[in-house]
Design a protein around this ligand. Sequence first.
Ligand code: GLA
Length: 390
Amino acid sequence: MDPNLINNIESRFRSAFNLEPVIIGSPGRINLIGEHVDYNEGLVLPAAIDKGVVVALQRAVNNPVGLSKVIASDPGESFEFDLNHALYPLEKGGWRNYVIGVVAEMQKLGCPLGPFNLVFGGNLPQGAGLSSSAALENGIVFGLNELFCCNLSKEEMILVSQRAEQNYAGVQCGIMDQFASMFGKAEHFLFLDCRSMEYTAVNGTLNGYHWVLLNSKVSHALADSAYNQRRALCEKTAALLGKKSLRDCSLHELQGLKKKGTLSEDAFQKASYVVKEIERVRRAYEALKNKDAQSLGDYLFETHQGLSQAYQVSCPELNFLVAVAQAHTGVLGARMIGGGFGGCTLNLVKEELVTDFTEQSLEAYHREFGIKCEVIPIHLSEGTHLIGRA
Ligand code: GLA
């Protein structure tokens, strides 16, 4: 985590509250492969990155009325709330809903929380699909767990974060983002089974190649409702086969439903994408272990095609960036990452051609959309952790 960011949040906290804070670092994530499969109990390969959210907090010992106060350092907003009153999601609450969501979900578990003061800030670009919300939720639950000695395990903490997102921000997300942010390991991707929650860390370094993250700088509206619709459709399709999730369904079974006329072409395409993607993650995991960059690259392109054509969560800007990548000799694979409708592409690029590729992408993208996309430098990093305590 950037030392300047840590210093900045720490001094903002000191000047606002005149107390010594506990400081937590909580990263964002990328995902190598396994998109829109976590909520289908599938397999994913995400990693935490060296950009995220820093949270500084302390018990509100000198606040006579017992309110808790939270400050978002950028955009410089704050709000206060009373822990003794029931906490409901706020209309257009933005970041506030992540905070009260985590607090409320911890209270439901019986955590002995008291009034606290908190300042947070981060360096994840807004709307880039790098899970700034999971980073914030994890940072808050980790910090409150530390401050009030709640003894929650990391597994319990990520479930608090996920429920905050679902019940207070209204996104029926899977567990991938919160998991990657909490359990990240430097230089590694996490091969996670979202059903059993078992995982294996795999080294993500491929000699001679770089992982290049390009931010399209677009994030289209309605992404959240489209996300929830996709999830509901997957669950409905699995239920038609009497299964708990698409993890248990085969392409053959889906074809059978389509032939009977029980499944629309659209639902068939989307469910087939999920079933194929889960299988692709298994192969990508083997390829990564074997340092087989060529096969990995092919899988990335295949996933992008599935997300764009069958699952329909891409957008013209992301498709354009992937097409530019596909036409470049230095690129082995590229795809959109995250929920979709904007955000970033992840590219696997030959080391010596990284500059050529990024320059070409930036220029072509600007010519096409009039938008300056950006390269986000990343390192695979450790998960949510304590940076310091007073
Ligand atoms: C968002 C969600 C995750 C996951 C991805 C798509 O990031 O929060 O749970 O579903 O989209 O893979």
